[in-house]
Design a protein around this ligand. Structure first.
Ligand code: MF3
Ligand code: CO
Ligand code: CO
Length: 265
């Protein structure tokens, strides 16, 4: 991947606002399906159809093949990640939501060539207090990261804010999967780690657009990639994981959340 960080033009920013708004609307539509007994394939079909009817393309479908590493293209139009699945869960007609689960639904659409990417973790029926707390803290972690987004600040400030809050609760912050620049590309520079990672630490400048999408584990930060499907990422210790994601624009004064539900409500 190129390490060039694009500064989006006013016209590109408008296109990204529209893509972000559609991704948010799609996620909200999907959230209304979340209840015990629903299959993750039903959520996939609803997202797929809704996206096409809006004149857009579901970005996950057929994304990310890497033959050199034996990775097949992602086979579905949305990611659905239940309980100990951290991210990239594959919807299935054999997988049903059940009372007490937590499920992350991660929507990415391509509208007029530009991507909008957003996810939330939802509670299915009656959920344990410990799971509710993990989901609540993860939402706050995403917002703590977004509050660090401002011109001249550095990308590492985002991860530092997230890890400080998560670790104060004894939670693990996933390291292998990070936020990312986004625009005409699904995953552009910069990488946005959710912990204070060593290495590249660019300054944020107005016109940059990237995601903030912390994955927070109830236990260890360590991950385990499904050796069969090569996509599903689980916690190594089998404990719960939650995630929230917004697509964010750096403005002259701070941040604009392009996938904020306030723009669709
Ligand atoms: N939406 C995910 C992200 O936030 C990426 C999913 S890639 C897929 O970056 F292929 F699994 F869809
Ligand atoms: Co993303
Ligand atoms: Co996403």
């Amino acid at each position: 991947m190129s390490d060039h960080i694009f500064i989006k033009s006013a016209a590109e920013i408008d296109a990204m606002r529209a893509a972000g708004r559609l991704a948010a609307k799609t996620l909200k539509m999907a959230s209304e399906l979340v209840k015990p007994g629903v299959s993750t394939e039903e959520i996939n079909e609803a997202v797929h159809t809704y996206t096409l009817e809006a004149g857009a393309i579901p970005a996950p479908l057929n994304y990310g093949a890497d033959p050199s590493r034996g990775i097949p293209p992602f086979p579905k139009s949305v990611c659905t990640s239940i309980n100990d699945v951290i991210c990239h869960g594959i919807p299935s007609k054999k997988e049903f939501l059940k009372d007490g689960d937590i499920v992350n639904v991660d929507v990415t659409c391509i509208l007029d060539g530009f991507h909008g990417d957003t996810s939330r973790t939802f509670l299915v029926g009656e959920v344990s207090d410990s799971a509710k707390k993990l989901v609540d803290v993860t939402w706050k972690c995403m917002h703590a990261g977004i509050e660090a987004v401002k011109p001249r600040a550095r990308v590492r400030d985002i991860g530092a804010a997230i890890a400080k809050l998560a670790e104060s609760h004894g939670y693990g912050v996933v390291r292998e999967y990070v936020g990312h620049g986004i625009g005409r590309g699904f995953h552009e520079a910069p990488q946005v780690p959710h912990y204070p990672a060593k290495g590249r630490n660019p300054r944020m400048l107005p016109g940059m657009i990237f995601t903030v999408e912390p994955m927070i584990n109830e236990g260890s930060h360590e991950t385990y990639l499904d050796p069969v499907d090569k996509w599903t990422v689980r916690t190594a210790d089998g404990k719960l994981s939650a995630q929230f994601e917004h697509t964010c624009l750096v403005t002259e004064t701070g941040v604009e959340i392009l996938t904020d539900w306030k723009y669709i409500e």
